[in-house]
Ligand binder design. Structure first.
Ligand code: HEM
Length: 520
């Protein structure tokens, strides 16, 4: 008997279910019914409004196969050229809106921040042990507690009081570059890590293989692998992959995730416990955690408060280390291939500060070209090219389009002439002053995101970067060990975060700075 006859003849549902051939028809039929019911509901929700234009998708898979996984932002730029500033697509059943322009990002994420400040729920977050980190929290009461805690040391007034500590850290970097220039990239990594750890816990890193710092760097390296966009999409489509037992051969993603989780918890708990111990025994060095622990009247119960402090503090390294380090790495590599930019910055310093002087924050206004270099680095090398995904908490309408509740991804469009050319002078007026327009100053850069979830560490990042950039330009001539490198640009390892690919550089002390460097 044919399978169709089976279905027609066997009105007995039990027998029908037992026939394997009938399942071949039933499974797709159930799926289609579910899909069309969902579509009908979605159509009703839209009330006849169109969705933003976007690429056609395949049933179930949507547009996932059209995305370039190593550089998804390139796909989004192509879609911008074809469909415009706001694009709709479906990714394995998840509706996603891509905001492809700074103008639309400001209109939606800033002006309508009440509903555009959520994060999409990703099974990956709990799987990797980062679900309670500030950056991953849904927009709600817990996030507001974290945000208030972080503001304590990240707000501009608090950041201003730590100028001397930024200068001290930049001098530490200069001293390491002078003593051991060959490992310049490693010094950069260590000093950036040291400054975030000091700010968060008041802990001073003692050696290269420091018991707190080393596992934190290891964690970031693992997170980059485990959070790659391809794995994230596959896991959201097939969550059972996260449950496969570790003993099954070939389940390398499970081993990566287990190690990432263990490090996430260890890095969150151990330095926090160190501060608690310090408080019991002595006066702890000033830090985010010690300030929060001493705070009265926080508005939440004790256990909840300790948990929130621990997680907000844990988020600082994850969010602040790699972003700052890779921006500085891009700066040094760019300087090595652009000697003309170094020469202009150094002559500005020589004239306005004098030779043999290391700049301080009081000198910042006298050095507009140094700021212009930093703005150009932030413009050209956006280390999180898709920022972090946002989500809307309710449906919305924009320019006649229906924006469904759900995932939003950001991609800033290059609004500059010749965006691929490294040219700091684009940030200067004809009289050599910095252009002052919203979004051109460093902490206002779109590289820090938009709206209520905009990077709260941007003022600290700006000062760390300025101190390091200004000090290095004053003290060293930087050039590539292989002169042939000058012909190429900076290359990147692509992923959620873009990481510049380092190359050997030479750091030659400038005239008048050798003794200054030796004394640091
Ligand atoms: C050059 C350096 C940095 C860059 C480019 C950067 C960029 C970003 C971006 C794009 C976001 C997501 C914004 C959004 O969702 O719209 C973010 C979030 C965040 N950043 Fe940064 N960041 C940097 C440095 C720092 C530093 C130094 C810290 C802290 C010490 C920090 C702490 C955070 C936190 C806690 C979040 C999560 C905010 C939330 O979800 O509410 N960042 N950052």
């Amino acid at each position: 008997m044919s399978t169709a006859a089976h279905i027609l003849n066997y009105l007995n549902p039990i027998e029908l279910c037992l026939s394997p051939k009938a399942w071949v028809f039933l499974v797709p039929a159930l799926f289609l019914a579910y899909h069309s019911a969902r579509e009908r509901l979605f159509l009703r929700r839209r009330g006849g409004l169109p969705l933003p234009p976007g690429p056609p998708g395949l049933l179930m898979l949507g547009s996932i196969l059209s995305i370039n996984f190593s550089q998804p932002y390139l796909t989004f730029s192509e879609w911008k050229a074809r469909y415009g500033d706001i694009v709709y697509c479906s990714l394995v059943g998840t509706p996603a809106v891509i905001i492809n322009s700074e103008r639309v990002a400001r209109e939606l994420i800033e002006k309508r921040s009440q509903i555009y400040s959520d994060r999409p729920r990703m099974s990956n977050d709990a799987y990797l042990g980062v679900a309670s980190y500030t950056s991953q929290l849904p927009y709600g009461a817990e996030w507001k507690v974290h945000s208030r805690m972080l503001q304590k040391i990240l707000k501009p007034e608090a950041v201003k009081t730590r100028h001397s500590s930024h200068i001290y850290q930049s001098h530490q970097l200069l001293a390491s570059l002078y003593k051991d220039p060959k490992s310049w990239d490693e010094h950069l990594r260590q000093t950036t890590a040291a400054s975030v750890i000091k700010l968060t816990y008041g802990y001073e890193i003692k050696a290269e293989a420091d018991p707190f710092c080393q596992p934190m760097i290891e964690f970031i390296d693992l997170l980059r692998i485990s959070m790659n966009p391809f794995r994230a999409v596959i896991f959201s489509a097939f969550p059972l992959l996260q449950k496969v037992p570790l003993w099954v051969p070939g389940t390398y993603w499970q081993r990566d995730a287990q190690q990432t989780r263990q490090l996430a918890y260890r890095n969150r708990d151990q330095p926090f416990d160190w501060v608690l111990n310090q408080i019991v025994r002595t006066t702890p060095p000033s830090s985010l955690v010690s300030e929060l622990l001493h705070e009265e009247d926080s508005g939440i119960d004790d256990e909840g408060r300790l948990y929130a402090i621990k997680n907000a503090a844990g988020s600082m390294f994850t969010a602040g280390f790699e972003t700052t380090y890779t921006t500085l790495l891009a700066f040094f590599l760019t300087m090595a291939i652009h000697p003309e930019v170094q020469i202009r910055a150094q002559s500005e310093m020589d004239v306005r500060l004098g030779k043999g002087v290391l700049p301080s924050f009081e000198d910042r206004d006298k050095l507009p070209y140094v700021d212009a270099i930093l703005r150009e680095i932030m413009r050209m090398y956006v280390m999180l090219p898709l920022a972090l995904p946002h989500a809307t908490t309710s449906d919305d309408i924009y320019e006649g389009y229906f924006i469904p509740k759900g995932k939003l991804m950001l991609r800033e469009d290059p609004r500059w002439t010749n965006p691929e050319v490294f040219d700091p002078s684009r940030h200067l007026t004809t009289s050599g002053n910095l252009v002052s327009k919203v979004g051109t100053e460093i902490s206002g850069s779109p590289a820090f995101g938009f709206g209520r979830r905009k990077c709260p560490g941007r003022f600290v990042a700006e000062n760390t970067l300025w101190a390091a950039v200004a000090s290095a330009l004053a003290a060293f001539k930087i050039f590539p060990a292989d002169e042939g490198r000058k012909r190429g640009g900076v290359e990147f390892r692509e992923g959620v975060a873009r990481v510049p690919i380092s190359f050997p550089c030479v750091f030659e002390p400038r005239e008048g700075y050798r003794s200054v460097l030796a004394d640091l």
